[in-house]
Design a protein around this ligand. Structure first.
Ligand code: FES
Ligand code: FES
Length: 161
């Protein structure tokens, strides 16, 4: 076996030092090495968005990157969205709008939606749909997911954020 490579990642605010094999994929590292199983494996081929996490402020499909390529990165997973016992506003909005059924796509939808809201690029329902198009939902909860994101965008606009 080749040598393991030492990397450091900040995951949900905590610095983690890990020795990984060169081919360890970030998704597997999160789930299998760190026990953060909220991030889901759907297609494992960059096509469904179930594995979306926020890396240095950008949403990425964690099944598509080798962990060693992201040495030093800051990562937020679905487990890191709630703060001090309070749900992230988008998590609350998903509950308010019934934006999930089986829930398998939900961690990816939430991470993608949180990053999209921060990006500030989506202003209309069509734009939300377009920028969320990398996150598939086999249950077809799309309308409610857009409702939830729209609610948070609306309350941020009211709050002048
Ligand atoms: Fe990564 Fe589907 S599991 S995109
Ligand atoms: Fe089931 Fe989206 S809620 S896949």
């Amino acid at each position: 076996l080749p040598e393991r490579i030492s990397i450091s990642l900040t995951v949900n605010g905590e610095t983690r030092h890990l020795d990984v094999l060169p081919w360890t994929v970030l998704l597997d590292l999160l789930r299998d090495h760190l026990g953060l199983t909220g991030t889901k494996k759907g297609c494992d081929h960059g096509q469904c968005g179930a594995c979306t996490v926020i890396l240095d402020g950008r949403r990425i499909n964690s099944c598509m990157v080798f962990a060693v390529m992201k040495d030093g990165a800051e990562i937020t997973t679905v487990e890191g969205l709630a703060k001090d016992g309070a749900l992230h506003p988008l998590q609350q909005a998903f509950i308010d709008h019934d934006a999930f059924q089986c829930g398998y796509c939900t961690p990816g939808q939430l991470c993608s939606g949180v990053a999209l809201i921060k990006e500030g690029r989506a202003h209309t329902r069509d734009e939300i749909r377009e920028f969320m198009s990398g996150n598939l939902c086999r249950c077809g909860a799309y309308t409610n997911i857009v409702d939830a994101i729209e609610q948070v965008l609306g309350s941020n606009a009211e709050a002048g954020q």
